[in-house]
Design a protein around this ligand. Structure first.
Ligand SMILES: NC(=O)c1ccc[n+]([C@@H]2O[C@H](COP(=O)([O-])OP(=O)(O)OC[C@H]3O[C@@H](n4cnc5c(N)ncnc54)[C@H](O)[C@@H]3O)[C@@H](O)[C@H]2O)c1
Length: 300
């Protein structure tokens, strides 16, 4: 099974990165967004990421231009009809994802692999609305996609070995290290990571420690690249909240119960870096405190 043309649905944080690495690996890529403004936003993210790679000498300007030439954009799903692989990276909501795949199933050619980049939703719950369960898998990338090397490949009980192998090989081709992850809520990484981040929020809610103390504690105490609140701003508070909701609904695990603070932040549009309001976003004094106290251990 050769994957030459890739469709990416949703060009937010993740979809723009997935489109970028696919095109950089030589695939023809078509990205779908809801309107022209969102397409321009997705395209802008790809252009600035590629520009940074070129400035740092990680790619040549010819490679940058060739990658951009392999990318096209559409607001219509029919533009994805002849893709060999379609990856969905829209909002973390099962109803939105199933509605999309139900529609795609009637539009895209038979034999095309369908993949979801969901953070938490079991893949079988999404695949079930299509007539191509054998050609359906999870391809879970990490943020920022052009830099993070991991790819979780999730097979359901019905995913064929040909689909799993083709998706895994394609993952290697786009520069990632694939792992086989179980079709369980949160897969491997988020089943471990999300309860940890939620515990940090609960610690804050109880007034046990400050945002900056918690972040310095985990960054320097565990040698993590960043603390849980810097990470939450980076991931998106909305994505984290929706992912926690799915995990809690699916597992009933109290560690996954979405904290009230996250809910309020989402309702107030405090979505982290993407909305300019979050734990650090929109709080320059807190950013300055973190930087100052981390001293020579500050990452940025
Ligand atoms: N943010 C992360 O760190 C991260 C990491 C791994 C996986 N994910 C998962 O990836 C998915 C996307 O997350 P994100 O952070 O990129 O979200 P985001 O909010 O940055 O982007 C989602 C985009 O999808 C678009 N969209 C919504 N419905 C659409 C449709 N029907 N067709 C085309 N576009 C549509 C929206 O306009 C938006 O631009 C989610 O399932 C999320 O859980 C996120």
């Amino acid at each position: 099974m050769t994957i030459n043309k890739v469709g990416v649905v949703g060009l937010g944080l993740m979809g723009s990165g997935i489109a970028q690495v696919s095109a950089a690996a030589g695939c023809e890529v078509i990205g779908r967004e809801m309107n022209d403004e969102l397409i321009a936003g997705g395209k802008g993210k790809i252009e600035s990421s590629l520009a940074k790679f070129a400035e740092k000498g990680k790619i040549t300007t010819e490679q940058r231009d060739a990658t951009l030439r392999r990318l096209s954009f559409t607001t219509s799903l029919s533009g994805l009809a002849d893709c060999d692989l379609v990856i969905e990276a829209i909002v973390e909501n099962k109803d939105a994802k199933t509605a999309l795949f139900r529609e795609l199933d009637g539009i895209v050619k038979k034999g095309c692999i369908f993949a979801s980049n969901t953070s938490t939703i079991p893949i079988n719950q999404i695949a079930t609305v299509t007539n191509r369960k054998a050609d359906f898998c999870g391809l879970h990338f990490f943020n920022p996609v052009p830099l993070m090397p991991l790819l979780e490949v999730i097979s359901t009980k019905e995913t064929s070995s040909a689909t799993r192998d083709a998706a895994t090989e394609w993952g290697k081709r786009v520069g990632k290290v694939p792992i086989n992850a179980p079709d369980e809520p949160g897969f491997v990484v988020n089943r471990l990571l999300i309860p940890y981040k939620l515990e940090a929020v609960r610690m804050l809610e109880r007034g046990d420690a400050s945002i900056v103390d918690i972040d310095i504690g985990m960054q320097l105490g565990c040698n993590y690249p960043m603390g849980p609140f810097v990470l939450s701003d980076f991931v998106g508070i909305d994505t984290m909240y929706y992912a926690a909701k799915v995990l809690f609904e699916e597992t009933g695990d109290e560690l996954c119960r979405p904290p009230e603070l996250l809910k309020k932040m989402v309702e107030n549009g405090e979505l982290g870096n993407k909305s300019g309001k979050g734990f650090y976003a929109g709080h320059p004094e807190r950013q300055a405190e973190l930087k100052e106290r981390l001293g020579r251990f500050a990452k940025r």
